[in-house]
Design a protein around this ligand. Structure first.
Ligand code: FMN
Length: 379
């Protein structure tokens, strides 16, 4: 099992839907979150993409030098950028980060944003472009010279002279819930991602994605993206969930739902349907709370509970075939620590890298009376 964290490049705060408790997301702050994740043993960080975010490539490039082992899951957007240029960017950042780049293929889901970026394609056409884009991108990133003439894209003699470190290219991750998305995932990507839907719905998506991959004699890995509200007791966790949306007004929820309704993303529609804009039925399956999605686009659910409860729910998803969990919590710096402290000891993590080395500087808490190392905590 691998645990990723999230870089909040579109804002961070203690509460949703208000500027109370908000903090400036400066380079210095993002560096703190990235360095915390690196030190705590998270495998990597997801960096979101879109007009509401700082540019994910600039963010990853600027943070690679400040981190040692952390991987960066960075988005490429077919239809907005040339596949050859994108493959070259990939190769450069993969080399400069010494093989720490992962690629998130984002087809897009907000027509208004797409129009602003110069793309006027329908949902179906965007997936046609994504399909053609990846055929070119994969060849160029793998060091081949590509000639391709498709319905939307055409390149001649496309190549990169300096290949990436990872072979044949940095792994392709991808989250899309429509039928077109699942068909594409089966043929061309490595890791299929879903937002945090209830386990039965995730099982259904995994079955479909596995079947789509089998058509091509392939297998996929699976990842899930969830917020986490974990506290030492269940009561405290549910109180924290209520506090997170305590300044969210009905008007804010209505405005958010109106904005989501223009999206043509099936994944976003599935997230919005979990709560229907209502705050009275937010626990949509045991310990799975849809409160974040009342006002936040994309990942809208959180696992809420004490460490044992949350770990049990994580294991439930793992039993379905999910091996990668991309978590976050508000505020992202403090919650990176809390999740690592409370959950990591309960999970079968690969590559767990405890903070510090050789126990010289911990973890053991502050030394008692300048002399005594605190006793080990009881589990
Ligand atoms: N879409 C974005 O515009 N920016 C993102 O950063 C982004 N990150 C995503 C992360 C995960 C884990 C998932 C599951 C989806 C993400 N998406 C993001 C949305 C999808 O990439 C996709 O373009 C969108 O859901 C539309 O596809 P669909 O209609 O097939 O669901």
């Amino acid at each position: 099992m691998q645990i990723f964290w999230f870089l909040p490049t579109h804002g961070d705060s203690r509460y949703l839907g208000t500027s109370r408790g908000a903090r400036t997301v400066s380079h210095h702050y993002l560096r703190q979150v990235a360095q915390a994740a690196d030190e705590l043993g998270y495998e990597g960080v997801l960096i979101p993409t879109g007009r509401s975010c700082e540019d994910s490539w600039v963010v990853a490039s600027s943070l690679a030098a400040w981190t040692e082992r952390l991987k960066f899951l960075v988005a490429i957007r077919p239809g907005i950028i040339s596949p050859t240029v994108s493959a070259r960017q990939t190769a450069t950042l993969d080399r400069f980060s010494n093989g720490r780049l992962l690629i998130n293929v984002v087809t897009g889901g907000d027509p208004d944003e797409q129009h602003g970026d110069g793309s006027f394609l329908t949902h179906a056409e965007r997936y046609e472009v994504t399909d053609e884009f990846l055929r070119i991108w994969r060849g160029v990133a793998a060091g081949e010279t590509v000639n391709f003439s498709g319905k939307h894209l055409r390149v001649e003699n496309a190549k990169t002279l300096y290949p990436p470190v990872q072979k044949p290219y940095p792994p392709l991750w991808f989250g899309g819930s429509s039928d077109a998305a699942i068909a594409l995932a089966g043929e061309q990507v490595d890791v299929y991602l879903t937002w945090g839907e209830p386990p039965a719905d995730v099982a259904d998506k995994i079955a479909k994605a596995r079947a789509a991959a089998a058509v091509h004699g392939r297998t996929l890995r699976f990842g899930i993206r969830l917020h986490v509200i974990v506290r030492e007791t269940s009561d405290a966790a549910w109180r924290a969930a209520d506090e997170l949306i305590s300044f969210v007004t009905d008007d804010t929820i209505a405005a958010a739902q109106k904005a989501f309704s223009r999206f043509d993303s099936v994944g976003q529609q599935r997230m919005a349907a979990l709560h229907g804009g209502r705050r009275d039925k937010l626990e949509v399956s045991p310990n799975l709370w849809a409160g974040v999605g009342l006002v936040r686009g994309g990942a809208g659910t959180a696992l809420v509970g004490n460490p044992q409860e949350v770990a049990a729910r994580i294991q439930e998803y793992a039993a379905l075939g999910v091996d990668t969990f991309i978590f976050s919590g508000y505020p992202h710096l403090e919650e990176a620590y809390r999740v690592a402290e409370l959950l990591f000891p309960l999970l079968p993590l690969e590559n767990t890298r405890p903070p510090g080395t050789a126990n010289i500087t911990g973890p053991f808490g502050e030394v008692i009376a300048n002399d005594i190392v605190p006793p080990a905590a009881r589990a």
